[in-house]
Design a binder for this molecule. Structure first.
Ligand SMILES: CCCCCCCC/C=C\CCCCCCCC(=O)SCCNC(=O)CCNC(=O)[C@H](O)C(C)(C)COP(=O)(O)OP(=O)(O)OC[C@H]1O[C@@H](n2cnc3c(N)ncnc32)[C@H](O)[C@@H]1OP(=O)(O)O
Length: 307
């Protein structure tokens, strides 16, 4: 009898001390599940929204960029030559007014777009300014006009160009200027050889901080060609609209004076053979033709015809 009652007492004591313990464990598990679900989903939401915002340029480009793109429809084919006419008008107007002309050609290099081809043909990595997956500074489009030796580009400053909080590194702007100077010089090069030339001076004046995520315009021209020296002037600006990743759609914004972020005085040397490959890739030529998809005139390298 005594034994039974002792057992009953001890069982009920165990139960009464275990129940709160079990309840505590259950509560703990439930709260940690709840915490994980709520907090993680919140984190996932914020990280997925930031990645969709930052990992690609915005799908709607600012007005100036849309205008640059829409002004380059063309229906004629023409054969490339290294003289300045190229069947294009000889209007030596300022870069801004020249944008209304149809005689700009989009510049396309296979090594910027076809990464498998790039890897198979001796490149070791990705282009600093033209990597289609790049998150630093990325040139989305370049247009060249041989008659006036001008070029214009649409540029995206991605999340990996950041320096000060929310603002881009001056080196991102300078890399862009280096690329612009090199391309303008090589497009105009007398040698006609691919990748034959080098930028030797990039004097960049940084005028305003660029926000991460901005889409800006780079526009410039060859000022002087003295022997092998090609002098380039360029401006990085907002194209006359809102620079914050998308311009205002109303017409007033469009007519504002462009906000200048940086200017370049650059020098490239024509005909320098920087890399010593001797293969069909190094013997490419520029070709100007209408793109079968967009109907737009393009200046692209003949490497598109190589396997
Ligand atoms: C065809 C279609 C198919 C498609 C093909 C694609 C085409 C590609 C198109 C687009 C791609 C564009 C990609 C652009 C990428 C951006 C550009 C870069 O990143 S380039 C890499 C960074 N730059 C360097 O690494 C240079 C380093 N420097 C050097 O290696 C040497 O300085 C070199 C080889 C350039 C010197 O060349 P020397 O020896 O042939 O020439 P010397 O005689 O020294 O100079 C010639 C003239 O230039 C002046 N000069 C040279 N360097 C100078 C400097 N730093 N400042 C001022 N003047 C300089 C000299 O005083 C001389 O002038 P005086 O003729 O005597 O009046």
């Amino acid at each position: 009898m005594t034994t039974t009652s002792n057992r009953n007492i001890s069982t009920s004591t165990v139960r009464s001390s275990f129940l709160p313990f079990l309840a505590g464990i259950a509560f703990g598990i439930a709260s940690s599940i709840l915490y994980t679900r709520v907090i993680c989903s919140r984190n996932q939401k914020s990280s997925s929204s930031s990645s969709s915002l930052w990992l690609q340029p915005p799908s709607t480009l600012p007005r100036f960029a849309q205008e640059i793109l829409s002004n380059h429809h063309h229906t004629n084919t023409e054969k490339i030559s290294n003289d300045d006419s190229n069947g294009e008008s000889t209007n030596a107007s300022s870069p801004n007014t020249a944008l209304s002309s149809e005689n700009w050609t989009e510049v396309r290099l296979r090594e910027w777009e076809d990464l498998n081809w790039r890897d198979a043909n001796g490149w070791q990595g990705r282009d600093l300014c033209h990597n289609p997956q790049g998150l630093g500074v990325r040139i989305l489009h370049y247009y060249y006009k041989a008659s006036s030796k001008e070029m214009v580009g649409v540029v995206w400053f991605g999340p990996h160009a950041e320096s000060h909080r929310g603002l881009c590194h001056g080196g991102a702007m300078t890399s862009l200027m280096d690329d612009f100077c090199g391309h303008l010089a090589f497009l105009h090069s007398t040698s006609g050889q691919p990748w034959s030339g080098a930028t030797v001076q990039v004097n960049v004046s940084l005028k305003k901080p660029v926000k991460v995520g901005s889409i800006l315009r780079i526009i410039g021209r060859i000022d002087k060609h003295e022997g092998r020296k090609i002098y380039v002037h360029a401006t990085l600006d907002d194209g006359g609209g809102d620079n914050n990743g998308g311009s205002s759609i109303d017409g007033e914004e469009q007519n504002k004076d462009p906000l200048v972020y940086a200017t370049l005085e650059g020098l490239s040397i024509d005909g320098v053979k920087m890399s010593q490959h001797e293969d069909p890739v190094s013997k490419r030529t520029w070709e100007v033709e209408v793109c079968e998809h967009s109907g737009r005139l393009q200046r692209r390298d003949s490497g598109w015809k190589l396997l």
